[in-house]
Design a protein around this ligand. Structure first.
Ligand code: HEM
Length: 145
């Protein structure tokens, strides 16, 4: 999915984010609630803890990107919990955009770094959607083809 050098770029940039998850989370939620205001009501727990959890899950994924297949059960469980939170396929793009916004604004990510994060997020989002909304995943592939 990603080359060794892309994985290096991702790990390097992730190190900065993991040191300051609250700085990441503040910009991430600010942007998300601006572009998809209806998602705000879905977040019921403490935003700081939530931001940390999201960053630490991204960390698990980043650390194991070279063996993406072994992540499938973890990603499937995560996706199923998201259905219970009320997350639908249409919510994935604004979350990806908020992620990129936070990386650019708070961590000065350059275009190469943004491109790699986008690839990784899209792979994760596609896998989560395929696990929980297989019909949408098939339609998505047909659109892309
Ligand atoms: C790559 C994509 C995503 C990752 C890695 C991710 C990660 C996480 C993690 C680790 C949690 C903590 C709870 C748990 O593990 O079940 C969580 C909770 C949550 N996520 Fe995500 N998420 C992603 C996409 C999304 C999207 C697209 C939405 C849509 C708005 C969303 C909304 C939520 C909500 C509402 C919660 C529960 C918050 C609460 O209880 O207050 N997530 N997410």
């Amino acid at each position: 999915m990603l080359s060794e050098s892309q994985i290096d770029v991702l790990r390097h940039s992730f190190k900065a984010v993991s040191k300051e998850p609250e700085i990441f989370a503040a910009a991430f939620y600010e942007r998300l609630f601006q572009i998809a205001p209806h998602t705000e009501a879905m977040f019921k727990n403490d935003m700081h803890r939530q931001g940390q959890k999201m960053v630490s899950t991204l960390g698990v994924v980043v650390a194991r990107l070279h063996e993406f297949d072994t992540l499938l059960p973890v990603i499937t469980d995560l996706a199923r919990r998201h259905v219970a939170y009320g997350v639908e396929t249409a919510h994935y793009p604004p979350v990806g955009e908020a992620l990129v916004f936070a990386l650019r604004r708070q961590f000065g990510a350059d275009e190469e770094t943004i491109a790699v994060w986008t690839l990784a997020y899209n792979a994760l989002a596609r896998t989560m959607i395929a696990a929980t909304y297989p019909a949408a995943a098939t339609a998505h592939r047909a659109d892309a083809a």
